[in-house]
Design a protein around this ligand. Sequence first.
Ligand SMILES: NC(=O)c1ccc[n+]([C@@H]2O[C@H](COP(=O)([O-])OP(=O)(O)OC[C@H]3O[C@@H](n4cnc5c(N)ncnc54)[C@H](OP(=O)(O)O)[C@@H]3O)[C@@H](O)[C@H]2O)c1
Length: 270
Amino acid sequence: MPLKGLKIGFLGGGAMGEALLTGLIRTGLASSVLYVSDISASRLDYLKQKLGVNTTPDNIYMVKEVDIVILAVKPQSAAAVLKKIAVAVRPGQTFISIAAGITTGLIESYLEGHIPVIRVMPNTPCLVGEGASAVSAGKYAGEESVARALAVFAAAGKAVEVPESLLDCVTGLSGSGPAYMYMILEGFIDGAVRLGLPRQVARELIAQTMLGAARMVLESDEHPGKLKDMVTTPGGTTIAGLFALEEGALRSLLMKAVAAATQRSRELSG
Ligand SMILES: NC(=O)c1ccc[n+]([C@@H]2O[C@H](COP(=O)([O-])OP(=O)(O)OC[C@H]3O[C@@H](n4cnc5c(N)ncnc54)[C@H](OP(=O)(O)O)[C@@H]3O)[C@@H](O)[C@H]2O)c1
Protein backbone atom coordinates (compact mmCIF):
# COMPACT_ATOMS: atom_id res chain seq x y z
CA MET A 1 0.00 0.00 0.00
CA PRO A 2 1.90 3.08 -1.28
CA LEU A 3 0.20 5.41 1.26
CA LYS A 4 0.87 3.33 4.39
CA GLY A 5 2.44 5.35 7.18
CA LEU A 6 2.33 8.61 5.18
CA LYS A 7 0.74 11.92 6.03
CA ILE A 8 -1.17 13.65 3.23
CA GLY A 9 -1.95 17.36 3.13
CA PHE A 10 -4.11 19.51 0.86
CA LEU A 11 -3.35 23.14 0.04
CA GLY A 12 -6.94 24.26 -0.50
CA GLY A 13 -9.95 22.43 0.87
CA GLY A 14 -12.53 23.24 -1.83
CA ALA A 15 -14.74 20.85 -3.76
CA MET A 16 -11.86 18.69 -5.05
CA GLY A 17 -9.95 18.69 -1.77
CA GLU A 18 -13.06 17.55 0.08
CA ALA A 19 -13.82 14.85 -2.51
CA LEU A 20 -10.30 13.41 -2.27
CA LEU A 21 -10.20 13.56 1.53
CA THR A 22 -13.56 11.76 1.64
CA GLY A 23 -12.26 9.08 -0.74
CA LEU A 24 -9.07 8.57 1.27
CA ILE A 25 -11.05 8.13 4.50
CA ARG A 26 -13.39 5.71 2.70
CA THR A 27 -10.40 3.54 1.72
CA GLY A 28 -9.42 3.25 5.37
CA LEU A 29 -6.92 6.06 6.01
CA ALA A 30 -7.25 7.58 9.47
CA SER A 31 -8.34 11.24 9.64
CA SER A 32 -5.31 11.84 11.86
CA VAL A 33 -2.91 11.41 8.90
CA LEU A 34 -4.89 13.83 6.70
CA TYR A 35 -4.30 17.59 6.71
CA VAL A 36 -5.84 20.59 4.96
CA SER A 37 -4.92 24.26 4.90
CA ASP A 38 -7.22 26.91 3.46
CA ILE A 39 -7.64 30.68 3.63
CA SER A 40 -11.30 30.27 4.53
CA ALA A 41 -11.83 29.66 8.28
CA SER A 42 -15.42 28.55 7.73
CA ARG A 43 -14.27 25.98 5.17
CA LEU A 44 -11.71 24.61 7.65
CA ASP A 45 -14.37 24.40 10.40
CA TYR A 46 -16.68 22.54 8.03
CA LEU A 47 -13.97 20.01 7.02
CA LYS A 48 -12.89 19.47 10.64
CA GLN A 49 -16.51 18.83 11.69
CA LYS A 50 -17.42 16.63 8.75
CA LEU A 51 -14.24 14.59 8.26
CA GLY A 52 -12.25 15.02 11.48
CA VAL A 53 -9.07 15.90 9.53
CA ASN A 54 -6.30 18.20 10.80
CA THR A 55 -6.92 21.78 9.71
CA THR A 56 -4.78 24.91 9.70
CA PRO A 57 -4.83 28.33 8.04
CA ASP A 58 -1.01 28.10 7.70
CA ASN A 59 0.07 26.59 4.36
CA ILE A 60 3.76 26.43 5.36
CA TYR A 61 3.05 24.63 8.64
CA MET A 62 0.93 22.10 6.76
CA VAL A 63 3.60 21.45 4.12
CA LYS A 64 6.20 20.84 6.84
CA GLU A 65 3.95 18.28 8.57
CA VAL A 66 3.19 15.94 5.64
CA ASP A 67 4.84 13.49 3.19
CA ILE A 68 2.50 14.12 0.25
CA VAL A 69 1.41 17.67 -0.58
CA ILE A 70 -1.56 18.19 -2.91
CA LEU A 71 -2.00 21.63 -4.44
CA ALA A 72 -5.78 21.99 -4.83
CA VAL A 73 -6.37 25.74 -5.20
CA LYS A 74 -7.71 27.40 -8.35
CA PRO A 75 -5.06 27.78 -11.08
CA GLN A 76 -5.05 31.59 -10.70
CA SER A 77 -4.00 31.23 -7.02
CA ALA A 78 -1.38 28.54 -7.68
CA ALA A 79 1.66 30.78 -8.38
CA ALA A 80 1.20 32.82 -5.19
CA VAL A 81 0.83 29.67 -3.08
CA LEU A 82 3.85 27.98 -4.72
CA LYS A 83 6.07 31.04 -4.10
CA LYS A 84 5.15 31.11 -0.40
CA ILE A 85 5.51 27.41 0.38
CA ALA A 86 8.64 26.77 -1.75
CA VAL A 87 10.97 27.08 1.27
CA ALA A 88 9.10 24.35 3.16
CA VAL A 89 8.97 21.66 0.43
CA ARG A 90 11.65 18.93 0.68
CA PRO A 91 12.91 16.33 -1.84
CA GLY A 92 11.62 13.31 0.18
CA GLN A 93 8.06 14.55 -0.33
CA THR A 94 5.79 13.98 -3.30
CA PHE A 95 4.30 17.24 -4.55
CA ILE A 96 1.05 16.71 -6.47
CA SER A 97 -0.86 19.45 -8.31
CA ILE A 98 -4.40 19.35 -9.71
CA ALA A 99 -4.32 22.99 -10.84
CA ALA A 100 -5.51 22.82 -14.46
CA GLY A 101 -3.02 23.97 -17.08
CA ILE A 102 -0.03 24.39 -14.72
CA THR A 103 2.84 22.25 -15.96
CA THR A 104 5.25 20.20 -13.83
CA GLY A 105 8.08 22.33 -15.31
CA LEU A 106 6.49 25.52 -14.02
CA ILE A 107 5.90 24.01 -10.58
CA GLU A 108 9.49 22.70 -10.43
CA SER A 109 10.75 26.19 -11.27
CA TYR A 110 8.92 27.63 -8.23
CA LEU A 111 10.08 24.92 -5.81
CA GLU A 112 13.66 24.80 -4.55
CA GLY A 113 15.73 21.65 -5.22
CA HIS A 114 14.90 18.46 -7.07
CA ILE A 115 11.34 18.00 -5.87
CA PRO A 116 9.29 15.06 -7.22
CA VAL A 117 6.29 16.76 -8.84
CA ILE A 118 3.21 14.98 -10.19
CA ARG A 119 0.52 16.74 -12.19
CA VAL A 120 -2.99 15.29 -12.21
CA MET A 121 -6.10 15.93 -14.28
CA PRO A 122 -9.07 14.65 -12.28
CA ASN A 123 -12.76 15.19 -13.11
CA THR A 124 -15.85 16.19 -11.12
CA PRO A 125 -17.26 12.65 -10.58
CA CYS A 126 -14.46 12.40 -7.96
CA LEU A 127 -17.15 14.08 -5.85
CA VAL A 128 -19.15 10.83 -5.88
CA GLY A 129 -16.15 8.47 -5.81
CA GLU A 130 -16.35 7.78 -9.57
CA GLY A 131 -13.68 10.13 -10.87
CA ALA A 132 -11.37 9.47 -13.83
CA SER A 133 -7.89 10.89 -13.22
CA ALA A 134 -4.67 10.84 -15.21
CA VAL A 135 -1.34 11.43 -13.48
CA SER A 136 1.91 12.61 -15.11
CA ALA A 137 5.37 12.60 -13.60
CA GLY A 138 7.69 15.60 -13.59
CA LYS A 139 11.40 15.18 -14.29
CA TYR A 140 12.38 14.44 -10.66
CA ALA A 141 9.46 12.12 -9.89
CA GLY A 142 10.20 8.39 -9.75
CA GLU A 143 8.01 5.30 -9.56
CA GLU A 144 7.36 5.75 -5.85
CA SER A 145 5.83 9.20 -6.35
CA VAL A 146 3.73 7.99 -9.29
CA ALA A 147 2.46 5.06 -7.17
CA ARG A 148 1.56 7.47 -4.36
CA ALA A 149 -0.39 9.73 -6.74
CA LEU A 150 -2.20 6.78 -8.34
CA ALA A 151 -3.21 5.55 -4.88
CA VAL A 152 -4.53 8.98 -3.81
CA PHE A 153 -6.69 9.38 -6.93
CA ALA A 154 -7.80 5.72 -7.04
CA ALA A 155 -9.47 6.52 -3.70
CA ALA A 156 -11.91 8.72 -5.65
CA GLY A 157 -12.43 6.57 -8.75
CA LYS A 158 -10.03 5.31 -11.41
CA ALA A 159 -6.52 6.63 -12.01
CA VAL A 160 -4.05 5.99 -14.84
CA GLU A 161 -0.58 7.29 -15.74
CA VAL A 162 0.06 9.18 -19.01
CA PRO A 163 3.02 11.24 -20.25
CA GLU A 164 2.47 14.94 -19.59
CA SER A 165 2.39 15.60 -23.35
CA LEU A 166 -0.97 13.79 -23.42
CA LEU A 167 -2.55 15.64 -20.49
CA ASP A 168 -4.27 18.20 -22.75
CA CYS A 169 -5.92 15.29 -24.55
CA VAL A 170 -7.00 13.83 -21.20
CA THR A 171 -8.48 17.25 -20.39
CA GLY A 172 -10.42 17.17 -23.67
CA LEU A 173 -11.63 13.61 -23.01
CA SER A 174 -12.31 12.84 -19.33
CA GLY A 175 -11.74 16.34 -17.87
CA SER A 176 -14.48 17.86 -20.04
CA GLY A 177 -16.18 14.47 -20.44
CA PRO A 178 -18.82 14.80 -17.72
CA ALA A 179 -20.30 17.82 -19.56
CA TYR A 180 -20.47 15.80 -22.80
CA MET A 181 -22.30 13.03 -20.94
CA TYR A 182 -24.77 15.48 -19.36
CA MET A 183 -25.56 16.94 -22.77
CA ILE A 184 -26.08 13.47 -24.26
CA LEU A 185 -28.32 12.51 -21.32
CA GLU A 186 -30.32 15.73 -21.72
CA GLY A 187 -30.87 15.02 -25.41
CA PHE A 188 -32.11 11.48 -24.75
CA ILE A 189 -34.38 12.66 -21.94
CA ASP A 190 -35.93 15.34 -24.17
CA GLY A 191 -36.34 12.73 -26.90
CA ALA A 192 -38.34 10.48 -24.57
CA VAL A 193 -40.34 13.38 -23.08
CA ARG A 194 -41.30 14.38 -26.62
CA LEU A 195 -42.81 10.93 -27.04
CA GLY A 196 -44.72 11.11 -23.75
CA LEU A 197 -42.45 9.57 -21.08
CA PRO A 198 -42.44 11.53 -17.79
CA ARG A 199 -39.16 13.47 -17.39
CA GLN A 200 -38.22 11.87 -14.05
CA VAL A 201 -38.74 8.37 -15.44
CA ALA A 202 -36.74 9.15 -18.59
CA ARG A 203 -33.93 10.68 -16.46
CA GLU A 204 -33.63 7.65 -14.22
CA LEU A 205 -33.79 5.13 -17.04
CA ILE A 206 -31.22 6.77 -19.30
CA ALA A 207 -28.76 7.73 -16.53
CA GLN A 208 -28.84 4.14 -15.28
CA THR A 209 -28.41 2.95 -18.89
CA MET A 210 -25.27 5.10 -19.25
CA LEU A 211 -23.94 3.77 -15.94
CA GLY A 212 -24.74 0.18 -16.91
CA ALA A 213 -23.17 0.50 -20.36
CA ALA A 214 -20.05 2.07 -18.82
CA ARG A 215 -19.76 -0.82 -16.36
CA MET A 216 -20.17 -3.34 -19.19
CA VAL A 217 -17.24 -1.68 -21.00
CA LEU A 218 -15.04 -1.51 -17.89
CA GLU A 219 -15.83 -4.97 -16.57
CA SER A 220 -16.05 -7.03 -19.76
CA ASP A 221 -12.93 -5.70 -21.51
CA GLU A 222 -14.81 -6.19 -24.82
CA HIS A 223 -14.53 -3.69 -27.66
CA PRO A 224 -17.50 -1.25 -27.40
CA GLY A 225 -18.39 -2.13 -31.01
CA LYS A 226 -18.81 -5.79 -30.05
CA LEU A 227 -21.02 -4.90 -27.08
CA LYS A 228 -23.10 -2.75 -29.42
CA ASP A 229 -23.42 -5.59 -31.94
CA MET A 230 -24.61 -7.90 -29.16
CA VAL A 231 -27.73 -5.74 -28.57
CA THR A 232 -28.43 -5.04 -32.24
CA THR A 233 -30.87 -7.54 -33.75
CA PRO A 234 -31.08 -7.55 -37.59
CA GLY A 235 -34.07 -5.47 -38.63
CA GLY A 236 -34.79 -4.57 -34.99
CA THR A 237 -35.32 -1.42 -32.95
CA THR A 238 -31.71 -0.72 -31.98
CA ILE A 239 -30.38 -0.67 -35.53
CA ALA A 240 -33.14 1.81 -36.43
CA GLY A 241 -31.94 4.11 -33.63
CA LEU A 242 -28.27 3.60 -34.53
CA PHE A 243 -29.00 4.52 -38.14
CA ALA A 244 -30.51 7.83 -36.99
CA LEU A 245 -27.39 8.55 -34.90
CA GLU A 246 -25.15 7.63 -37.83
CA GLU A 247 -27.08 9.97 -40.15
CA GLY A 248 -26.23 12.74 -37.68
CA ALA A 249 -22.54 11.69 -37.90
CA LEU A 250 -22.44 11.08 -34.15
CA ARG A 251 -18.99 9.51 -34.00
CA SER A 252 -17.23 12.20 -36.04
CA LEU A 253 -19.01 14.84 -33.93
CA LEU A 254 -17.70 13.25 -30.72
CA MET A 255 -14.18 13.05 -32.19
CA LYS A 256 -14.38 16.75 -33.07
CA ALA A 257 -15.49 17.58 -29.51
CA VAL A 258 -12.40 15.90 -28.02
CA ALA A 259 -10.15 17.67 -30.54
CA ALA A 260 -11.71 21.10 -29.88
CA ALA A 261 -11.41 20.75 -26.09
CA THR A 262 -7.84 19.44 -26.36
CA GLN A 263 -6.89 22.39 -28.55
CA ARG A 264 -8.47 24.82 -26.08
CA SER A 265 -6.57 23.19 -23.20
CA ARG A 266 -3.30 23.66 -25.14
CA GLU A 267 -4.14 27.34 -25.75
CA LEU A 268 -4.95 27.95 -22.07
CA SER A 269 -1.80 26.30 -20.70
CA GLY A 270 0.50 27.54 -23.45
N1 LIG B 1 -13.53 20.64 -9.96
C1 LIG B 1 -13.07 19.90 -10.99
O1 LIG B 1 -13.76 19.14 -11.65
C2 LIG B 1 -11.64 19.92 -11.39
C3 LIG B 1 -11.20 19.10 -12.41
C4 LIG B 1 -9.86 19.13 -12.75
C5 LIG B 1 -9.02 19.97 -12.07
N2 LIG B 1 -9.48 20.75 -11.07
C6 LIG B 1 -8.58 21.64 -10.38
O2 LIG B 1 -8.70 21.45 -8.99
C7 LIG B 1 -8.35 22.66 -8.35
C8 LIG B 1 -9.34 22.90 -7.24
O3 LIG B 1 -10.66 22.98 -7.78
P1 LIG B 1 -11.90 23.10 -6.83
O4 LIG B 1 -13.10 22.93 -7.68
O5 LIG B 1 -11.72 22.22 -5.64
O6 LIG B 1 -11.74 24.65 -6.38
P2 LIG B 1 -12.33 25.40 -5.12
O7 LIG B 1 -13.59 24.73 -4.67
O8 LIG B 1 -12.32 26.86 -5.41
O9 LIG B 1 -11.24 25.09 -3.98
C9 LIG B 1 -10.06 25.81 -3.78
C10 LIG B 1 -9.96 26.12 -2.28
O10 LIG B 1 -8.68 26.69 -2.02
C11 LIG B 1 -8.85 27.85 -1.22
N3 LIG B 1 -7.74 28.78 -1.42
C12 LIG B 1 -7.63 29.83 -2.27
N4 LIG B 1 -6.43 30.44 -2.13
C13 LIG B 1 -5.76 29.75 -1.16
C14 LIG B 1 -4.49 29.91 -0.55
N5 LIG B 1 -3.66 30.91 -0.90
N6 LIG B 1 -4.12 29.02 0.40
C15 LIG B 1 -4.94 28.03 0.79
N7 LIG B 1 -6.17 27.85 0.26
C16 LIG B 1 -6.58 28.69 -0.70
C17 LIG B 1 -10.18 28.39 -1.68
O11 LIG B 1 -10.70 29.31 -0.74
P3 LIG B 1 -11.69 30.49 -1.28
O12 LIG B 1 -12.86 29.82 -1.88
O13 LIG B 1 -12.00 31.26 -0.03
O14 LIG B 1 -10.89 31.28 -2.28
C18 LIG B 1 -11.01 27.12 -1.80
O15 LIG B 1 -11.55 26.71 -0.56
C19 LIG B 1 -8.34 23.76 -9.41
O16 LIG B 1 -6.99 24.15 -9.65
C20 LIG B 1 -8.91 23.09 -10.63
O17 LIG B 1 -8.25 23.53 -11.81
C21 LIG B 1 -10.79 20.75 -10.70
